[in-house]
Design a binder for this molecule. Structure first.
Ligand code: SAH
Ligand code: SF4
Ligand code: F3S
Length: 476
């Protein structure tokens, strides 16, 4: 069966469940543990489940169906899952709710074996390649009271037209490609997400146009390697059905930039090795593309980068940053860094600090190296002591925090364009929004401003957010 028919088939299961749970006011909860791609998958699960007739609740105790969408990129995600499973066991004993666990971690055999052995009350296990079949899996659980394990190991397909229920009505994520072919030696993602594959230009453009019509202002394009969009397809000699001139990542940015109603375009994550000049030019020339670019560094040392299989050197990374800074006015950068990769010496770690000092990132996502079963990194003999890893992490954190304070000062007195996202969580009388560089700004203002882009003057900085004031219109 082709992917289109598979999706049609699932609609029948959605209808069958609608019949079964009609008038029962069933509720579901969903917990997402992973990255933005994982979040976007959860929105698809919510779309399917809400179509069946379930309504969402935050408290799993009140739910008839509890879903966890897992991540396995670092070990702490595992501890968190097993903690949650303990809670769901008690809830199930009380109210007989259905427990479904899906996502990246379910692609790991040692994890599913552990769940089956130690948490046999789990009803459905599903993986990253079978998410679209959730209606069928759930139907079989409800109707036949079967335990379901629906996990396959494959390169993966692209499924279009899965229902989606979005978490936010101002900002939307659009997955443009799936999987990863890079095999960085520390990373589990290529093993659990399959090979790189890009969606058709038409499907993406149509989705963004629909979002614009629905009133969405900001679009984030998602993929493990967004700037190699369509690259594998071209290498394989596959004919690309161009749509509105889209045949690469750069042309995709240009086409989305033209869509009326969309005000901001972001994307995560690009890979430095695929940051071609056409992409840099597109960022520079497209007014809606935010000038905050996430450029994962991982390590600032050439030898460590080689062992990580990142395919660039310290100098190449710094040169790329220089080139981007020259070509893109108001560029800001964020990054991901891993400390304590096997074999990393003190001097090699100093190179990471050096790059951080030189580039002055707007934001740094810092991670302690975590051994992942099945990756080459896990088999490397020279693992770093936990204590050393933590020491380096704290050293990096200190540097990053001092830079944030310094960087925040630069905003004071400037005028910034803010997309107003809603009322502040901590103070309902204040509004909150974000700058182009993704900084949170809170300010006083009327709720009519929500979902609009406005100019704010920045008056103070508070480490993780800025405070702003509306610039009053001048009277003639
Ligand atoms: N494809 C994206 C990110 C994937 S995972 C990219 O290449 O940027 C997000 C981040 O998690 C990575 O950038 C990396 O910094 C971190 N990460 C991945 N595997 C890790 C591991 N085993 N230990 C610690 N951090 C890891
Ligand atoms: Fe993991 Fe590297 Fe692929 Fe990113 S590019 S998902 S870090 S293997
Ligand atoms: Fe985690 Fe899977 Fe994303 S492992 S980081 S949820 S792709």
């Amino acid at each position: 069966m082709d992917t289109k028919h598979e999706i049609e088939e699932q609609k029948k299961y959605i209808q069958k469940i609608q019949e079964i749970i009609k008038n029962k006011k069933y509720k579901y909860s969903i917990l997402t543990m992973g990255c933005q791609l994982n979040e976007n998958d959860s929105e698809k699960l919510s779309g399917m489940v809400e179509k069946m007739g379930y309504t969402r609740v935050e408290d799993p105790k009140k739910a008839d169906l509890n879903i966890i969408n897992t991540c396995c990129v670092r070990e702490n995600a595992e501890d968190r899952l097993f903690g949650k499973l303990g809670e769901l066991k008690k809830i199930k004993e009380n109210n007989g709710s259905i427990v479904a666990i899906g996502g990246c971690m379910m692609q790991e055999k040692h994890i599913t074996n552990k769940i089956k052995e130690s948490y046999p009350f789990v009803d459905i296990l599903f993986g990253t390649h079978t998410l679209h079949k959730f209606p069928e899996d759930l139907y079989k659980t409800i109707n036949e009271k079967n335990k379901i394990e629906d996990i396959i190991d494959t390169d993966g397909e692209i499924y279009e037209n899965i229902l989606v229920k979005r978490n936010n009505n101002i900002k939307a994520s659009v997955t443009i490609m799936n999987g990863c072919n890079n095999f960085c030696t520390y990373c589990i993602v290529p093993y659990v997400r399959g090979r790189e594959r890009s969606r058709e230009p038409k499907a993406i453009i149509e989705e963004v146009k629909k979002l614009a019509k629905q009133g969405y202002k900001e679009i984030t394009l998602l993929g493990q390697n967004v700037n190699s969009y369509l690259k594998v397809e071209k290498e394989k000699g596959k004919k690309i059905e161009e749509y509105e001139g889209v045949n690469s990542f750069a042309t995709l940015l240009k086409a989305i930039n033209k869509i009326e109603g969309i005000e901001r375009i972001r994307f995560v994550s690009p890979h430095p090795k695929d940051f071609t000049d056409d992409v840099i030019d597109a960022i520079a020339n497209c007014d809606k593309v935010c000038k905050l670019i996430h450029l994962p560094l991982q390590s600032g040392n050439t030898k460590v980068l080689k062992e990580m299989n990142r395919k660039y050197t310290k100098e190449q990374y710094l040169n790329l940053v220089e080139k981007m800074k020259e070509k893109i006015p108001n560029l800001t950068l964020s990054t991901d860094i891993i400390v304590g990769f096997p074999g990393e010496t003190e001097e090699e770690f100093e190179d990471t600090l050096d790059v951080v000092k030189k580039v002055k990132f707007e934001q740094v996502y810092m991670f302690i190296y975590s051994r992942r079963v099945g990756t080459p990194g896990d088999k490397m003999p020279n693992q770093i002591l936990e204590e050393t890893k933590h020491k380096r992490f704290n050293q990096l954190k200190e540097l990053v925090e001092s830079q944030i304070e310094e960087n925040n000062q630069k905003y004071i007195g400037t005028t910034q364009k803010i997309l107003v996202e809603g009322t502040s969580k901590n103070n309902k009388n204040m509004l909150t929004g974000r700058t182009d560089s993704n900084k949170v700004v809170i300010f006083e203002g009327s709720k009519d401003l929500i979902n609009k882009i406005i100019d704010l003057k920045i008056v103070s900085e508070h480490m993780w957010y800025l405070k702003g004031e509306i610039i009053s219109k001048e009277c003639d």
